[in-house]
Design a binder for this molecule. Sequence first.
Ligand SMILES: [Zn+2]
Length: 137
Amino acid sequence: MIKFELRCADGHGFEGWFRDGATYGAQVAGHEVACPVCGSTDVSKALMAPRIAKGGPSPEEVRAAKAMVVEKLQEMRREIEANAEYVGPSFAEEARKIHYGETETKAIYGEASDTEAEALRDEGIEFARIPWLPPTN
Ligand SMILES: [Zn+2]
């Protein structure tokens, strides 16, 4: 069973117990849930007071958002691995060679220190830094 804080079209607040979220949706859509004050079946879930007071996302929402970021980064990693050549710690050197036409243009990826990354940026070499996650995390 799940409890929802409900509110009718007239703004009367009341509680309703449902087997699950889907049952709630079906019963409200079928006008089976009526306001105990005015009998209106035009009801919807009321916003939870603690959520409004806190003003931020709930821990569940934060977890979901983090999971999505991790998934996106892993997706990006797979794409990079499939389309670019791994040059390891000599990324800065290789990026420079490509930039100055000393080698053929190709997509590369690898590691660079903060100092190296800064130097590349100063030279106007285009690259992106992404957090590198292990394939399974
Ligand atoms: Zn009402």
